[in-house]
Design a protein around this ligand. Sequence first.
Ligand code: NAD
Length: 367
Amino acid sequence: MIAEVVTPDELSKIAPVFGQPSFNNHEQVVFCHDKDTGLKAIIGIHNTVLGPALGGTRMWNYTNEGEALNDVLRLSRGMTYKSAISGLNLGGGKAVIIGNAQTDKTPELITRFGKFVNSLSGNYITAEDVGTTTADMDLIRDVTPYVTGISESRGGSGNPSPVTAYGVYMGMKAAAMHRFGSANLAGKKILVQGTGHVGETLISYLVKEGALLQISDINEQRMADVAAKYGVGIFTGDDLYSAEVDIYSPCALGATINDTTINKIKAKVIAGAANNQLAVENVHGRLLMEKGIAYAPDFLINAGGIINVYGEIAGYGKEEGLKRTENIYNTTLEIFYEAEANGITTNEAAMRIAQRRIDDRKKEIAK
Ligand code: NAD
């Protein structure tokens, strides 16, 4: 059946892609559909100046298409800046599959998605994200070379979380250096929110250094297991954000720095793994600055995972990945310096440095 006719007047009001608030000069937005497998996916390629657009595939039960599109536009843009600030020769991209990862995912659907990735001839390279697994990446590898994060037994880089945690640890030490005059975290009171893949490894580094930890997780069993394993305390107060700590480390979910929490935060440093920690980047970034809280930009200090998978393209192993991740310490210090020198937030400073790298490369290409 042919879709109903839409009047010119109605059409003039529809701006489904370029009119989205999250649209930000994206190079390509590819809608993928396959009737047989039920696949509905969107691949967003934000920018390829520095290299092919790399970013994970998220499978999520979006309530509507607009939400999925908004997510892929926002996330792919984030990847451009994450890779640029991390010195990787990669552009920014991301994919979303619309559906419930628990009930709608089949090997056929994932394979079909892999074929769509292949059709972009390497302009987009995929990886694991929320709702997809290393096993899914292995299936995609059967139909395209443009995938990273495949299992170690197949020559991949395996689980990125430990490397991500190492980068967060480095970023936290740099922020401590800037705020307290020493990168030594021994004796510092630190609250880690989220004790999952990244949080747990981060906790292990912090315990080893002699930090005084409190942890929190909505998964009580996991929190109790981690507390027992590392001998750390569980946060028991009424309000986590008011905790009397030196450092707050969000390692669970995004947007925890928002209108409700910002005035309660007592920590002098914020450094964690969660993506998009600032509910509204400019507003909350600036408020943190005014309060004298040293904020280590999330997309910079949680880049260990992508530095790790980049090894699959650039041809380096885990050791080299960790070495490169260690450099997050220097980059974070550089960003604090740039921010202070220009009276801007650390988030703005990081974006500025990343954008400069993209612009310089663009000029080089044009020569
Ligand atoms: P994960 O799912 O393994 O762990 C997240 C933990 O946070 C879970 O234990 C969950 O129960 C807990 N949690 C959820 N909501 C919470 C809340 N309101 N309060 C306290 N705890 C809560 O995820 P992960 O791989 O450890 O990633 C953590 C964060 O870092 C995520 O935001 C992720 O997007 C980001 N990140 C991860 C990587 C990586 O390599 N895994 C890379 C970059 C960014």
